[in-house]
Structures are given as structure tokens and as C-alpha cells.
Write a protein of this length. Structure first.
Length: 367
């Protein structure tokens, strides 16, 4: 056999082996903490977010791309105001009688994992006589949402806002943002946020390979196990508020969140405001909780998974802000089908439907 023939056989054997390995990986049950460890922000479209002096980051206006990662492939678009969804011009041409609302929050509001029609903001716009503009931004705190509301209110006659408060990290984000806001931007305002380049082959693996997902999860677990110092403490701090030993930290963080809520209430002024309380996946799909805590050295025996939920609901009551607890609806829906993605800790289409149903009820109670 010629040298080229031997090379062809070798390459063919490797390819067959990879195909068989990928097939086997798809039969292998993912780790319970896969959503925390897969963590693929590299797969988000380049250029979706740009630097902004007031908020640090906002969506680019008139942006189009495809968000593609393991488990979803979604067309994304933003309009002339940097809101996810249709253009303001097309909305106005319909001669609408609908009230205009703003959906505020972080990645749970932006929801790149589902089409805009299947996101809760899109579903609310279809099912209720309102237009809910999607102003979500990955990583946003309540402070930034308040600023974003003021920005959009200069251009649209907003009647109300729905803030999705994610108990997984919004307490921490509200503590950090006032300090972050004092620092310089890492680039020119309006420029895309700086990102390290992602090799082309990794982009492909992130989109299609379950085998790579398992390898990546294992690598990240080993990296976290070997972490010391500030990075490990950040991970531990974020998760500690879901344990009894983190109650003191949760109480301290609640002070900055209360201030942020008052700022949001001031920003919305005479408009209506509803805050929806959204839990992380391990609060709903509880087998995910123990591995997540043990990952950063927290005891699974002292879990208090709904402590952050109780804390934010209490803060909202103190500040006379209407609330909408999404946890019961998500738990009920999860009995029938997954409401969070396996390799991504955000809501599936079923999750958004459950959230929409609960929000519809809460909004109706505000009338």
C-alpha cells in the first residue's frame, strides 16, 4: 500500500473513532453541575455588546447575528435603540394602540438561548395588549437596569417595566457595580467589548460536540479544584448565600440591593414597575445543588436554597415595589419537562412559557 493510502486509512480510522466517541458521549449523562462548568461566553456573537460610559456596556444597535452553542441556535437582532427585537419604525407603522413596557435585567431577560418570539418578553407582547421591549444585557445589575430605563425612556413613551432579578448573582452585581462604575472603560465608548480571540475549531466544538462539552467540564472542574485566592473566593461568595453559613453575607449584600431598587423605582418614576424573582437552575432542579456547592468547598448539609429569594421579596415589600415570584411556576413546569438547559443555566422554551404565565398573572393583579 502506498504512503498516501496508509495516511488515508489512518485519518479515516481517527475520524471513525471520533464519531464513535461523540456518539458515546451523547449517551453519557451530563454532570449535575454542567451548566456551571460548561460556561461558554466565547460562543456569544462578536460585536453584540459595545462599551457605554453610563452603564459600562449596552447592546449594539441594528445588530444581526446567530447565537449558536450546544443546545440552541438562534437568530439575534437588535433595533435602532439597541433593544432585542423588531425595529421601532416597523412597530410605529402598525399604528399600535399597545402600551409600551421595558423588560430589564441580565442574560435571563436578553435570553439569547431562545428566539425572540419564544422569550417571555416576546410571549407577553403576543398574549397581552402591550409591547414589551427587550432591554436585557448579559451581566447587568439593578443599577445598570435603572440607567438603561432612563436611556430608553428618552425615546419611547414607556408605561411600565419588568425587572428580572436573578438571585444567582444579582446581589453580588449590585454590590460591585458602584465600584466598577468609577473605573475607566477598557476601550473607546461605542467600541465592541474587548474579547480574546477564539480559535475556529473551538467555536465548532462549542456548537456541536457533546464529547468536547464533557472534556471542557472536566477541565474546568480540575481548574477550580486547584484555584486559590481571589478567584476561588468569588465563586464561593456567590454560592454561599444559598447556604445557612452565608446568611450574614446575604444580609450585607441586601443593603446595596435595597439602594439599587430605590434607584430603579426613582428611574421608573410614575410608570408601573414589577420585579420578577428568578432562581438559578439548582433551586428548581435540586440535584444540581450539591455538586455546585461542593465544587467550591461549601457544605451541602447547610443548604438554604430559597434564602436569597426570601431576602429579595422582603426588600421589595419594604420598598413598596410589586413582586412576582417565579419559583413556584418553574417548579411546577419542571415536573413535566426541563425548564433550564443542561449545558446552559438559562431557561428553555418551556421555562419562558412558565415565566410568561406567572408574569401575566402578576401583571393582571397590578391593574
Amino acid at each position: 500500500m502506498s504512503f498516501l493510502g496508509k495516511c488515508g486509512l489512518a485519518i479515516g480510522g481517527v475520524l471513525v473513532g471520533l464519531v464513535l466517541a461523540e456518539a458515546g458521549a451523547r449517551l453519557w449523562k451530563p454532570a449535575a453541575d454542567s451548566d456551571l462548568l460548561f460556561n461558554s461566553p466565547e460562543s456569544s456573537p462578536q460585536g453584540l455588546y459595545v462599551l457605554d460610559k453610563a452603564t459600562r456596556v449596552i447592546p449594539a444597535s441594528n445588530f444581526k447575528a446567530v447565537a449558536h452553542s450546544l443546545g440552541y441556535k438562534v437568530n439575534l437582532r437588535t433595533n435602532e435603540l439597541g433593544l432585542r427585537g423588531p425595529s421601532v419604525q416597523s412597530f410605529e407603522q402598525e399604528k399600535p394602540t399597545k402600551e409600551e413596557w421595558l423588560a430589564l435585567g441580565d442574560s435571563f431577560t436578553m435570553a439569547v438561548q431562545v428566539s425572540e418570539e419564544n422569550s417571555f418578553s416576546g410571549l407577553l407582547s403576543t398574549e397581552k395588549n402591550i409591547r414589551v421591549w427587550n432591554a436585557g444585557v448579559d451581566g447587568y445589575s439593578t443599577w445598570q437596569s435603572a440607567i438603561r430605563y432612563r436611556q430608553i425612556a428618552q425615546h419611547r413613551p414607556l408605561k411600565g417595566a419588568v425587572l428580572t432579578f436573578f438571585t444567582g448573582n444579582d446581589f453580588q452585581d449590585n454590590e460591585r457595580f458602584p465600584h466598577m462604575a468609577k473605573g475607566p472603560l477598557p476601550g473607546k465608548e461605542g467600541a465592541p467589548i474587548p474579547r480574546d480571540p477564539v480559535p475556529w475549531f473551538r467555536k465548532i466544538l462549542l456548537k456541536y460536540s457533546v464529547l468536547y462539552a464533557h472534556i471542557r467540564i472536566s477541565q474546568h472542574r480540575n481548574e477550580i479544584a486547584s484555584m486559590t485566592g481571589h478567584t476561588m473566593e468569588n465563586w464561593k461568595d456567590e454560592l454561599s448565600i444559598f447556604t445557612k453559613e452565608g446568611s450574614g453575607r446575604l444580609q450585607r449584600l441586601s443593603q446595596s440591593t435595597s439602594r439599587a431598587l430605590r434607584e430603579l423605582k426613582s428611574a421608573t418614576n410614575r410608570s408601573k414597575l414589577l420585579v420578577a424573582v428568578a432562581p438559578p437552575a439548582f433551586v428548581i432542579d435540586t440535584p444540581r445543588a450539591q455538586p455546585a456547592m461542593e465544587l467550591v468547598g461549601l457544605s451541602a448539609e447547610n443548604l438554604d436554597l430559597e434564602a436569597p429569594q426570601r431576602a429579595i421579596l422582603n426588600l421589595l415589600k419594604q420598598n413598596n415595589i410589586p413582586s412576582c415570584d417565579l419559583t413556584p411556576a418553574l417548579k411546577e413546569a419542571h415536573k413535566k419537562e426541563p425548564v433550564y438547559f443542561t449545558f446552559d443555566g438559562h431557561w428553555t422554551i418551556a421555562g419562558h412559557r412558565a415565566v410568561t404565565k406567572q408574569l401575566t398573572s402578576c401583571l393582571g393583579a397590578m391593574k
